[in-house]
Design a protein around this ligand. Structure first.
Ligand code: ASP
Length: 344
């Protein structure tokens, strides 16, 4: 009798368990797919942009989001969404990436970028590009077809030429605003006589303008990418965090996808993007807690400024920053587009 009862209970337990499991999986999934983007963090205080400028930024971020949303809702891959979204931001002079990149101390534009596929942990990166129109497309190619992860300078551009990545004359990257920024910084620097490392702590106007995108697709694959001109007045072949996998960009299907913007030296030393992923993967932290720990505690205590955007495998998102503002936007499977600039 006891045996029959136990067998009966066993038969009941299996479906009950399955129902409970599937309910909790659905409950835990915040969104089937999603996209988060940034256009740089910095001293972006309310009132520092005119309403027209605000509108310009918002419109471009919205356009980028819509492009990525269309790819994801149609079942496209997160890596395709990341590349296409960043292409739009690179082509806009509003951001410090592609057209609109900042100038080095020598008055040229040197571009850096990286991309990572969370499904394969494959990655592509490039630094010190002076002729590649869309650095994110070059790093995608490096990831997809080369046996390497990171190419720099002339070699990277030879690879670009051989693989039909669009090259432009370096004058393409010129914008008057970025040129004037360089003149202003060089004059201020002479007057204050501080070095580049301290630059953004004494320049209240400093805005980073790097662009980044993280995405989760319907197949549960995560991807991240970042593209930048680096920091105004950078010297000696300086390369920041944006092309460094684990610092400015990271993606892993077991945890999350991250893209950073800020004072790159701190992001490199703090391995910021990978730290967030590691807290989730090894410690089981939520995305929100992991991102808060790394940006608001670790980065801030190091004296670094900037922020990140991230999305995890369940479609949770995080966008912490310790500067006054960060151009940021997201869309999830509910199709609601959210664009923000200032701290709330
Ligand atoms: N992180 C970039 C760098 O240090 C700058 C930025 O985010 O705007 O090169």
């Amino acid at each position: 009798m006891k045996n029959i009862l136990l067998r009966f209970l066993n038969i009941l337990t299996v479906p009950v368990l399955l129902i409970t499991l599937s309910c909790s999986t659905n409950q835990n999934k915040n969104s089937e797919f999603g996209l988060v983007i940034h256009g740089g963090a910095g001293n972006i205080i309310k009132g520092s942009l005119t309403p027209e400028q605000e509108k310009e930024y918002e419109t471009k971020l919205q356009e980028a989001l819509e492009t990525g949303y269309k790819i994801l809702i149609a079942g496209g891959s997160s890596i395709d969404a990341v590349e296409k979204v960043i292409n739009i931001l690179e082509d806009s002079p509003l951001f410090n990436a592609g057209k609109g990149a900042v100038f080095t101390a020598n008055g040229i534009n040197e571009l850096d970028a990286s991309i990572m596929d969370g499904r394969t942990l494959n990655a592509g990166a490039a630094a010190r590009l002076t002729h590649v129109k869309n650095p994110i497309s070059l790093v995608r190619k490096i990831m997809d077809i080369s046996e390497h992860v990171m190419l720099v300078g002339e070699g990277a551009e030879i690879f670009a030429e051989q693989n039909e990545i669009k090259l432009v004359d370096s004058s393409y990257f010129f914008t008057e605003k970025r040129w004037n920024d360089l003149q202003k910084i060089q004059i201020e620097k002479k007057a204050i006589n501080k070095d580049q490392a301290n630059f953004n702590s004494y320049n209240p106007d400093y805005k980073f303008g790097t662009v980044g995108c993280t995405a989760l697709d319907k197949n549960g694959n995560l991807a991240a990418g970042t593209s930048t001109g680096g920091m105004t007045n950078k010297k000696f072949g300086r390369v920041g965090d944006s092309p460094i996998i684990g610092a400015g960009t990271y993606a892993n299907n077991n945890s999350c996808a991250v893209s950073a913007t800020g004072h790159g030296e701190f992001f490199i030393r703090g391995t910021i993007a990978h730290d967030i992923s590691a807290l989730i993967e090894y410690k089981g932290m939520s995305l929100n807690d992991a991102a808060d720990e790394v940006i608001n505690k670790k980065l801030s205590s190091m004296g670094g400024t900037g922020g990140i955007i991230a999305i995890d495998k369940k479609g949770n998102i995080a966008m912490p920053f310790n500067t006054a503002g960060m151009f940021r936007a997201f869309v999830l499977d509910d199709g609601k587009f959210v664009v923000k600039i200032y701290k709330e």
